[in-house]
Design a protein around this ligand. Structure first.
Ligand SMILES: Nc1ncnc2c1ncn2[C@@H]1O[C@H](COP(=O)(O)OP(=O)(O)O)[C@@H](O)[C@H]1O
Ligand SMILES: [Mg+2]
Length: 356
C-alpha cells in the first residue's frame, strides 16, 4: 500500500502544485490519477519515487517512509513508464529491457530469459529483440517501455500518460491489453492520465484532481460516474456518464417473458411475433417465425443475445442495434431467461444519469 499523508508541493517559484494530499492506494491494484493539465498529477506521481521531494507531508510504501531509503535503492523497487517510452535509442529492445536487471547484478543469461518472457507478456514477437527503438512503431515502443519497467519485478509501477501520444486505435488496443495485464501482475500501479475514459477503463480506484493540486474525489470508477462529489467532477466525467456507468451493472434476470417452443416441434402454434426455440436443456438456439418450422437449428433466425452477467452497456448496444429493439437474455450456461428492450433498460439508464 502507498499512502500520502498531507503531502504538499510548492515549487521554488511559488506555484502550489499539490495541496495537502492524503490518499491510500491499495496494494496490488491500479490507482489512476486523472484531471486536467497542470493539476499536479505528475508532481504527485514523481514524489513517490522521489524524483520530486515534497515541501511537507509524508509518503510511505508498505508503511516505510520513502525518505528513509536511498534514492537508488527506492527506485530499484519502482518501475517507471513515461509518454514516449524513453528507450535508449542506441540499445536494442533486448538490451533496453535488460538494463535494470543487469545493473542489479542479474547474470546475463537469466536476464535474457526474463526479457524474452516479458516480450511475450507485453504482446511483442520475440523477433523484435534485436531491433532498435526507431525500428518500432509508437505503440510497440510503449510495449517495450512497459517490459523494461517490469524487468526488475518492481512492487510498484508508476506510469505517466504512457498511452497519451498514441493514435486512438493503438491506444485503445494497449488499454485493453493493460486492463487484462494489470490485475495479473499483482503490482501496485499508479497510472496518470488526463483522459477520463482511460481512467475508468484501467482504474480500480480513481483520484480526480482539480487545478491547484486539490483532490476532488477518490472513488471506484462506478462511484465516480454515478455520484460525482461536486460540480467539477460531474463536469469532468462528462454528460454521457450515465451510459458509461452501465458498464458496471450486469444485465441480471429482470427480463420480459418470451414465447418458447422446443427445437424440432413442428406442430407448435406460433404467436405473431414468433417464438424463441430452445433445446432439451432449455438453451436458446434461435428464433422461429410464424409459418416456418422449428425443426432445424440452422434455419432459425439468429438474434442479438446477451448473458445475464454481461454489462448493461453491452445489452444497451445489443438492443439499439437489433432490428426489433430487443435482445435475448440467457444465463451463463446459455439457457433462455427472456428478452430485454429499451422499456426495461430506460429506468435503469435514468437511475444512473439522474444525479446531474
Ligand atoms: N519544476 C517546476 N517549477 C515550477 N512549477 C512547476 C514545475 N513543474 C510543474 N510545475 C507546475 O505545477 C503544476 C502541476 O504540474 P504537473 O504536476 O506537471 O501537472 P499535470 O501532470 O497534472 O499536468 C502546474 O501549474 C505546473 O506548471
Ligand atoms: Mg503531467
Amino acid at each position: 500500500m502507498i499512502t500520502f499523508e498531507k503531502v504538499e508541493k510548492r515549487y521554488p517559484d511559488g506555484t502550489l502544485a499539490v495541496e495537502s494530499l492524503s490518499l491510500e492506494l491499495p496494494a496490488g491494484q491500479t490507482t489512476v490519477f486523472v484531471g486536467p493539465s497542470g493539476c499536479g498529477k505528475t508532481t504527485s506521481l514523481r514524489m513517490i519515487n522521489r524524483m520530486i521531494e515534497p515541501t511537507s507531508g509524508r509518503i510511505t510504501i508498505d508503511g516505510q517512509d520513502v525518505t528513509t531509503l536511498k534514492k537508488a535503492e527506492l527506485r530499484r523497487g519502482i518501475g517507471y513508464v513515461i509518454q514516449n517510452a524513453g528507450l535508449f535509442p542506441h540499445r536494442t529492445v533486448l538490451q533496453n529491457i535488460m538494463t535494470v536487471p543487469k545493473l542489479n547484478g542479474v547474470p546475463t543469461a537469466q536476464a535474457k530469459t526474463r526479457a524474452y518472457e516479458l516480450l511475450d507478456t507485453v504482446g511483442l514477437p520475440r523477433e523484435f529483440a534485436t531491433r532498435f527503438p526507431t525500428q518500432l512503431s509508437g505503440g510497440q515502443q510503449q510495449r517495450v517501455g512497459v517490459a523494461r519497467a517490469l524487468a526488475a519485478s518492481p512492487k510498484v509501477l508508476l506510469m505517466d500518460e504512457p498511452f497519451s501520444a498514441l493514435d486512438p486505435v493503438v491506444r485503445h488496443e494497449l488499454q485493453e491489453e493493460f486492463a487484462r495485464l494489470g490485475p495479473e501482475l499483482g503490482t501496485t500501479i499508479v497510472f496518470v492520465t488526463h483522459d477520463i475514459d482511460e481512467a475508468v477503463r484501467l482504474g480500480d480506484r480513481i483520484a480526480v484532481f482539480e487545478k491547484g493540486g486539490k483532490l476532488a474525489q477518490f472513488a471506484t470508477p462506478e462511484e465516480l460516474l454515478s455520484s460525482p462529489a461536486n460540480e467539477f467532477v460531474a463536469e469532468f466525467v462528462g454528460k454521457d456518464r450515465g451510459y458509461r456507468a452501465l458498464s458496471f451493472k450486469q444485465v441480471g434476470t429482470t427480463v420480459n417473458p418470451v414465447a418458447t417452443i422446443q427445437l424440432g416441434d413442428s406442430t407448435a402454434e406460433l404467436p405473431a411475433a414468433g417464438a424463441a426455440v430452445v433445446d432439451t436443456s432449455h438453451r436458446f438456439v434461435g428464433w422461429a417465425r410464424r409459418g416456418e418450422q422449428a425443426d432445424r437449428a440452422n434455419q432459425l433466425e439468429q438474434r442479438a443475445t446477451v448473458r445475464q452477467s454481461d454489462s448493461m452497456r453491452l445489452a444497451t448496444d445489443a438492443v439499439l442495434t437489433s432490428h426489433d429493439g430487443q435482445a435475448i437474455v440467457v444465463d451463463d450456461d446459455g439457457r433462455l431467461l427472456g428478452s430485454i428492450d429499451l422499456a426495461l433498460l430506460a429506468p435503469r439508464l435514468h437511475a444512473q444519469g439522474s444525479r446531474a
